[in-house]
Design a protein around this ligand. Structure first.
Ligand SMILES: Nc1nc2c(c(=O)[nH]1)N[C@H]1C(S)=C(S)[C@@H](COP(=O)(O)O)O[C@H]1N2
Ligand SMILES: [Mo]
Length: 322
């Protein structure tokens, strides 16, 4: 068993800021990720990973990359972020997405923004790229399968795009669509999900400044496996809300049914706020494995963004609205 404790980390490797995270969260001995292994492997749906991806020292590697969260957590390295992916349009094998998506062509690309808006518009990608200054935001990312990463995104708040089309007063939700093109996304020829992949947010969630349309990471344009040329990033929600390769955004009256809710409504709810107190029916959500680390971390409520987003849900039962 490979269990490290904080004594193994040489102080020369880490800054004071990071030392805080090392002690508190970085490596916890005792429980291994294998405890969250799903037994129902034939079950249609996401299964938690049951093996280590890579044995590396994320502190060493990421420190060189120079990206940290506000709390001092080092970003995962570029190789992990671009080789361990969920993108079912290409394959359900996380390590295989990069290769399968390699030749996915993302120019020309347009994004239709319409529905309950005063100024519907189809944006060309170049227009979107000019819409707002790109900025690096280093966010924690938490998949519902109980693994996590820290990713330095380039992008801009979705609110900037929504402002341009002027939502009507009866628009309450935003519905997102991935490209549907089985010739370019070969796994759409299977019925592993209902295509196109659809996601939704409440309008106030969509307008929250933490919600990004991402166009790149680590200062480079998005690679296909991460959702090129444009994908959503909602850092306080489970990863499947962060829909990739978006071609259409509609403002709507009713709560959209997302691809994963459609596949298994008792497992994947509309809100899907990261919540250590509400377990997935087949595994715990109380802990997570940061890719590149050995032990488990405690999962944080709203993925650690509670100060900024908890007020969106005041008065709501987050067990019923999972
Ligand atoms: N269109 C589409 N978007 C998607 C998915 C997908 O299969 N298709 N997978 C989701 C899931 S489950 C996760 S965890 C994240 C993974 O993003 P990453 O590969 O960039 O880490 O993308 C989300 N967006
Ligand atoms: Mo996920």
């Amino acid at each position: 068993m490979l269990i490290k404790d904080s004594d193994d980390i040489k102080s020369s490797e880490i800054t004071d800021e990071k030392n805080y995270w090392n002690r508190r969260n970085f490596i916890r001995g005792g429980v291994l990720a294998a405890t969250t292994t799903a037994t129902g492997l034939l079950y249609r749906g996401l299964n938690p990973p049951n093996r280590e991806v890579k044995k590396l020292d994320p502190v060493e590697l990421s420190a060189k990359q120079g990206y940290f969260t506000a709390e001092g957590e080092a970003a995962n390295d570029f190789a992990d972020i671009t080789n361990y992916n969920n993108f079912y349009e290409f394959t359900t094998t996380k390590e295989g997405v990069a290769r399968r998506a390699k030749n996915f062509v993302t120019r020309p690309w347009t994004v239709e923004v319409g529905g309950l808006v005063h100024k519907p518009k189809t944006f060309d990608l170049d227009e979107i790229l000019k819409l707002a200054p790109l900025e690096d935001r280093v966010y924690r990312f938490r998949c519902v399968e109980a693994w996590s990463m820290v990713i330095p995104w380039m992008g801009f708040p979705l609110a900037e795009l929504l402002k341009q089309v002027e939502p009507m007063s009866d628009a309450r939700y935003v519905k997102f669509f991935t490209l549907y093109d089985p010739d370019r996304m070969p796994n759409q020829k299977t019925d592993v999900l209902t295509w196109p992949y659809i996601e939704g947010l409440r309008l106030d969630e969509a307008q929250h400044p933490l919600t990004l349309l991402a166009t790149g990471l680590y200062g480079k344009m998005l690679l296909p496996q991460n959702g090129a040329p444009l994908r959503l990033v909602v850092p306080w929600k489970y990863g499947f809300k962060s829909i990739k390769s978006i071609v259409k955004i509609l403002l709507v009256r009713d709560e959209p049914i997302s691809a994963w809710t459609d596949a298994a409504p008792d497992e994947y709810g509309f809100y899907s706020n990261v919540n250590p107190k509400v377990s997935h029916p087949r595994w715990t959500q109380a802990t997570e494995r940061r890719i590149g680390e050995f032990g488990l971390r405690d999962t944080l409520m709203f993925n650690g963004y509670g100060d900024q987003v908890a007020s969106l849900y005041s008065g709501m039962d987050l067990k019923a609205n999972f």
